[in-house]
Design a protein. Structure first.
Lengths: 85, 898
């Protein structure tokens, strides 16, 4: 998916909860690419325009799983704390 | 691990593909904004223009994100660096005058620093431009108790040659002068090096033609051969390749040319002709001339190891011949130390101090340029404030200003190195001409690699002073107030009392610089045009030398007496033949010619009261001359009598004095019959013998004594320390010169003729170094002047332009324009006026003290004109911005940013 597409998707999926400053997406994408978690290549959109498409790499997938795991643990722990207080 | 590696690869890739990355980035952003705009148009039905605007707003700061991406590309500072470079060049072009002046000033400072460093390197650690030149070493004896080197004897050479193993190809060389007589009849003295054949192996230079010397040439019975140097081959043999096998004569001895060496070969120091080193025939009296021993360190041997081995040899020698070698310690030293490279600590200290001084000078120059930059940089405060608001860190801005300064410094370094090289060449040529001897081959105007590095260091230091320091102050704590200040409109710079002092000092120093150069020039001119009292242009002069022939084993004074008799005979014969020539009127000799420097001594007069006053001991020059000296120069004796034959052998030493001697030393008394003597001969402190004055002549160019006072001794030619002849010639003296050489050769082939020139050209060489200094001082003064004037102009213009708002308000309030101008100009003119007054006083004082003279009318006029020039420049500096300020509408002056 290209940069704008990613931003749109996030906005759709979160029902507008995450309406981020669109430009700041790109430095973040660059950081992820530098760390090898995503890869990019140039392609063509439906309207025949040049765009850069990003995809998750294997390492990125592993990192994603790790992040999701630690997030779930965090949420579970928070719920436990909130339930008991 | 691989993650880091991949990241590094990605970074490198990004780094190299920067331009592509830039355009790609722009493309990506553009697409994003287009897509967002389209989505907005669809969703909210906006117009294209409005949709695009909202898309951009939604995107956030485009430039900021671009910068973030650039930074993230790694080595972003390098990318910024190229931008800074472009900006720096643009800035330099925008202020051309500042660039030129600042660049010239820095080039001058760097050239001075570089020259000092290079001279130090050449003197202390010169490198030999030969194959592995650092491994060529010299061997010499050091006297342990007298703490100085002593001459090497041939037995030392033999011992070392036999015994040392860590130094290979141990060779020796000794030097003497001979007439080189070629088949075409030309006879000119040359410096000959009698050198071991192995020395050519030490130098590792192949001959251009023929062969070098070989061991076989050193056998006593071998045919005499000679190897010719490149210069000599061109000058005397006209580049003839058939020179091999030609027979020449060195003095009386014939020799065959067996080889020609390539250009630049002058081993061991500045020699041009080589003969084999033998114990006997072709060579000087052993013990007369110095023997130099050298060789090459064996592979993998160090100087320390060789020294250890030599120490052992030295101990053995000392114990076997204690009477000569008890105190001698043989040393292994760098090759150049044998021929005059200086090892003394004092010299090193002196050089270090000199270099430190030059670095301080550079710092001063840079401070001046920094001042200019600061004045310019301060007007960029607004730009800098805005830039830092955009997110540039302080370090970034300082880096930009540093790069600007570094670019200027880089240009200055290039110019400075070239200038240093030119200056060095000029200096070396002057030294050679002044001393009359060629310089060793390892001293040239090439700059050592360390010097280039030193120049780079100087450039960086200069850039720091010029760029970083002002930048730090401009971007300092006052960043926000800087914006506020430029919004309010200038006038924020208070140049108080310190500035007054600085400007006044600057002006005073600027006055002094050309004055110093002027004084020096005046002194040189005065010295050069000293009148010699007779028409020197009609005389040909030369210095005569006769080969000393060796008589090994003979007692010293017998040899000397024989030589003296021979010289007298040669001179007498030469005199007879030369005066018989049709163009020649007369011939005479002296140990020093008129117009050259004469040795000074303090003189006391017999019969005077015991000296308490300095007037009783004046200094006078002295010269030893032929009996017919005054007749030949056309200076008849004015009182008393001339020299006679009897005076030479007379037990009572007689002298003739000149007019100045009578006036200053004798106080105007009648000289004939008075007795004088030298107060102390050399350093001994004992007075010389009494001399009776028998006559007086007019002044004949005795340079050096108080007011030119001098006295003359009569001698016969072999007693002259240095035999100079003066020949009175009809017509031009130069035309007789070749004839003189021919006659001399016919009289005696070993008679060498040196320094053949008209008599009025004789003193000129002495002034070469002074002329060089005078020229240098003039150039330095011109540069200092340019720099100072520009600095003053800049600061003045800047301070006045800072007050534009003030001018505008005053005019708006109805002030008379003239009064406004007067108010603005009052302060700067006062500062400059103070500087001119101080400088003028200093100049006048130095006139009186240094030159002990009052300035002539033209000189006083020059000084006054110069002061007016300074004031004029300052007036101009103040008036131009003032007029500009006055022409502006008061309203816009108020609105202006200052």
């Amino acid at each position: 998916m290209h940069g704008w597409g990613i931003g749109q998707r996030v906005q759709q999926l979160s029902d507008g909860e995450f309406a981020m400053n669109q430009g700041s997406l790109y430095p973040a994408l660059q950081r992820l690419e530098k760390d090898g978690l995503i890869a990019s290549e140039w392609g063509v959109t439906d309207n025949n325009r040049q765009a850069r498409y990003y995809r998750l790499t294997a390492a990125g997938r592993r990192a994603l799983d790790r992040e999701v795991e630690s997030w779930k643990k965090f949420v579970a722990a928070l719920e436990t704390v909130l339930r008991t207080t | 691990m691989t993650k880091w590696f991949d990241a590094a690869c990605a970074r490198l890739r990004l780094l190299f593909a920067r331009r592509t990355a830039e355009s790609r980035m722009n493309q990506e952003f553009r697409l994003h904004i287009e897509l967002e705009a389209e989505a907005l148009m669809r969703a909210k039905g906006l117009s294209p223009v409005e949709a695009r605007r909202q898309a951009i707003v939604a995107f956030g700061g485009v430039e900021k994100h671009k910068e973030a991406l650039r930074d993230g590309r790694g080595l972003a500072w390098l990318g910024g660096f190229s931008l800074d470079l472009k900006l720096a060049f643009r800035m330099l072009v925008r202020y051309p005058w500042l660039t030129v002046v600042g660049g010239v000033a820095m080039a001058f400072g760097i050239a001075a620093g570089v020259s000092g460093f290079e001279i130090g390197t050449k003197l202390v650690t010169p490198s030999l431009p030969l194959d592995e030149g650092s491994r060529i070493v010299g061997l010499r004896n050091w006297h342990a108790s007298q703490n100085r080197p002593v001459s090497t004897t041939s037995s030392d050479f033999a011992t070392w040659h036999e015994q040392i193993t860590l130094v290979q190809d141990v060779s020796a060389v000794t030097t003497f002068r001979r007439n080189l007589i070629t088949d075409d009849g030309r006879s000119e003295p040359v410096t000959v090096a009698a050198m071991s054949a192995s020395a050519f192996r030490v130098a590792r230079v192949a001959p251009l033609l023929g062969r070098t010397l070989v061991e076989a040439d050193e056998d006593p019975g071998a045919p005499p051969v000679v190897v010719v140097g490149h210069d000599l081959w061109i000058r005397r043999f006209g580049r003839d390749p058939g020179v091999l096998g030609q027979s020449v004569r060195l003095g009386r001895e014939p020799a065959a040319v067996v080889g020609v060496m390539p250009e630049g070969f002058a081993f061991p120091a500045a020699h041009g002709l080589w003969v084999p080193l033998r114990g006997d025939a072709v060579g000087p009296v052993s013990g007369d001339s110095a023997l130099f021993v050298f060789g090459r360190l064996a592979r993998n041997a160090s100087m320390a190891q060789a020294q250890a081995e030599l120490n052992a040899i030295g101990v053995r020698t000392a114990s076997s011949s204690p009477e000569t070698h008890e105190h001698l310690r043989p040393q292994v030293v760098p090759f150049t130390w044998l021929f005059g490279s200086s090892e003394s600590r004092d010299l090193r200290i002196g050089l270090a101090l000199g270099n430190a001084f030059l670095v301080m000078l550079l710092t001063l120059v840079c401070a001046n340029v920094a001042l200019l930059m600061f004045a310019r940089g301060a007007t960029r405060e607004g730009e800098i404030a805005v830039r830092s608001a955009l997110g540039a860190g302080r370090g970034r801005i300082v880096a930009q200003l540093f790069v600007e300064a570094l670019v200027l410094a880089g240009l200055a370094v290039a110019a400075g190195l070239a200038a240093a090289r030119l200056g060095l060449r000029s200096l070396l040529m002057t030294i050679e001409a002044d001393s009359g001897r060629p310089l060793p081959f390892w001293i040239s105007d090439n700059l050592a690699p360390t010097t280039a590095i030193y120049a780079g260091v100087l450039a960086i230091v200069s850039a720091v002073i010029i760029g970083v320091l002002p930048a730090l102050s401009v971007t300092g704590s006052g960043r926000l107030s800087g914006l506020r200040r430029s919004a309010r409109g200038g006038g924020g710079y208070r140049f108080g009392g310190v500035w007054t002092a600085v400007i006044a000092a600057q002006v005073a120093v600027t006055l002094m610089f050309p004055a110093t150069a002027f004084f020096f020039h005046r002194w040189v001119v005065a010295g050069q045009t000293r009148d010699v009292g007779f028409p020197a242009g009609g005389y040909l002069s030369a210095r005569l030398e006769l080969d000393r022939e060796m008589a090994p084993g003979a007692p010293r004074d017998a040899v000397e007496r024989a030589f003296g008799a021979r010289l007298r005979g040669v001179y007498t014969e030469l005199e007879r033949r030369v005066t018989a020539e049709p163009e020649v009127t007369s011939l005479t000799f002296a140990d020093r010619l008129p117009g050259t420097a004469h040795p000074l001594s303090r003189i006391e007069v017999d019969g005077e009261p015991v000296p308490g006053t300095a007037a009783h001991r004046q200094r006078a020059s002295s010269a030893s001359v032929a009996l017919n000296f005054f007749d030949v120069l056309g200076a008849p004796v004015l009182a008393g009598r001339n020299f006679t034959n009897a005076d030479i052998e007379s037990p009572v030493a007689v002298v003739i004095v000149n007019q100045s001697f009578v006036n200053h030393v004798l106080g105007g008394r009648h000289p004939v019959g008075l007795r004088v003597r030298v107060t102390s001969v050399g350093d001994s402190g004992t007075p010389g013998p009494w001399l009776e004055i028998v006559g007086m002549v007019r002044d004949l160019g005795m340079v050096g004594g108080d007011e030119g006072a001098g006295l003359y001794h009569p001698i016969s030619p072999e007693r002259a320390a240095s035999l100079h002849v003066a020949i009175r010639v009809r017509g031009k003296p130069e035309s007789f010169a070749p004839r003189l050489r021919t006659v001399a050769r016919e009289v005696e082939p070993t008679l060498q003729i040196h320094e053949l020139m008209p008599l009025d050209a004789v003193g000129a060489d002495q002034w070469l170094s002074s002329q060089f200094m005078s020229r240098s001082l003039t150039v330095l003064s011109a540069i200092a002047l340019l720099l100072s004037l520009t600095a003053i102009y800049s600061v003045m213009a800047f301070t006045v332009s800072m007050r534009t708002r003030e001018i505008g308000i005053r005019v708006a309030l109805g002030a008379d324009r003239r009064r406004v101008i007067a108010a603005i100009l009052r302060r700067p003119l006062a500062q400059v006026g103070l500087g001119v007054v101080v400088g003028g006083i200093l100049v006048a004082a130095s006139f009186v003290v240094l030159l002990e003279a009052t300035p002539t009318a033209t000189e006083a006029a020059l000084i006054a004109a110069y002061s007016l020039l300074m004031m004029g420049v300052c007036l101009l500096a103040c008036i131009v911005p003032t007029r500009r300020a006055l022409r502006i509408e008061p309203a816009s002056a108020l609105a202006a940013d200052g």
